[in-house]
Design a protein around this ligand. Structure first.
Ligand SMILES: Cc1cc2nc3c(=O)[nH]c(=O)nc-3n(C[C@H](O)[C@H](O)[C@H](O)COP(=O)(O)O)c2cc1C
Length: 272
């Protein structure tokens, strides 16, 4: 049930909800109505586009949405956030407030998904003590693989072997960069775009984290660990039916960057 409701006192019968509906399932008779509930992708464009807040769908109250007029970030500030975001590889080790983690996830789940499947699962390590346990488990696993000579040849063995050596000799964790939290995204394999959805969700999480002063690092090293120890995805409680997207470690930064970096120009290929 998609609970499409029109407040007839507010509706000005402009038809914008019908015109914008990607499934084309809204028609304007006197007032808008849904012709085919099954064709609705639950994107809430009808709620978002209504100029008078007359449309409610999925039980959502339009008055609980944030008005966009005069409430968007200015482009310069957003540009500085994007250019000023840095990979953080030094953390204070203090746990983030659980409410802050919840807030970041609540924003990240607004990232777009293919056919609006909204099926990304956010697997999160919320507590530093759990992260410390996981860190030790991962290092133990790597040590045991190395001992048996089961680390694959080449670059993976080189990276993971070095990570293990640095952990043993210096107590330095280059797998998670000492972060107190970890986020992994996954989505059901049958979702239209499970990998893309997972990556976009992490990117969205990362930008909001940056805005909130939370450091992040895309964790390719842990992805390598998962490639050689696939059983760890079970340990992380990620459903077998899911396609893993990527991992991101995060926490309170123990480092301050003072300026943006200067990249570019963008490599552009113009189609004539
Ligand atoms: C897919 C991906 C995987 C990454 N994996 C790691 C990693 O395992 N460890 C790490 O320290 N940085 C990792 N990084 C961070 C990159 O090295 C970093 O983004 C790049 O050097 C640019 O620096 P910046 O993010 O500060 O702009 C990864 C980045 C991406 C996009």
């Amino acid at each position: 049930m998609i609970q499409f409701k029109i407040d007839e006192e507010r509706c000005i019968q402009c038809g914008e909800c019908a015109t914008d509906c990607p499934g084309g399932v809204i028609v304007l008779d006197d007032y808008p109505r849904i012709t085919d509930e099954g064709g609705c992708i639950r994107c809430q464009h009808c709620l978002a586009i209504c100029p008078t807040g007359a449309v409610s769908i999925l039980g959502r109250d339009p008055d609980a949405s944030v008005d966009l007029e005069n409430n968007l970030p200015d482009p310069q500030a957003l540009e500085t956030l994007i250019k000023g975001r840095r990979t953080v590889r030094r953390y204070t080790g203090k746990d983030l407030a659980p409410e802050l983690i919840d807030e970041l996830l609540a924003v990240a789940c607004h990232a777009p998904t293919g056919v609006n499947s909204e099926s990304v699962l956010f697997t999160v390590v919320r507590e530093g003590v759990v992260m410390d346990r996981l860190r030790c488990e991962v290092m133990d696993k790597l040590a045991s693989l190395e001992e048996k000579g089961w680390l694959p040849e080449g670059i993976v063995a080189q990276y993971l072997g070095t990570a293990l050596k640095v952990w043993r000799e210096e107590g330095r964790d280059v797998i998670f960069r000492g972060a107190p939290h970890l986020l992994l995204t996954s989505a059901p394999r049958e979702a239209p775009c499970p990998v893309q959805d997972s990556h976009i969700a992490l990117t969205t999480f990362q930008l909001m984290a940056e805005a909130r002063g939370v450091g992040t690092v895309w964790d390719g090293m842990f992805m390598m660990v998962l490639a050689v120890c696939p059983e760890l995805t079970g340990r992380l409680n990620i459903p077998e039916s899911h396609q893993l997207g990527y991992a991101m470690a995060f926490g309170e930064p123990a480092v301050t960057y003072h300026r943006t970096v200067q990249r570019g120009p963008a490599a552009v290929n113009v189609v004539e």
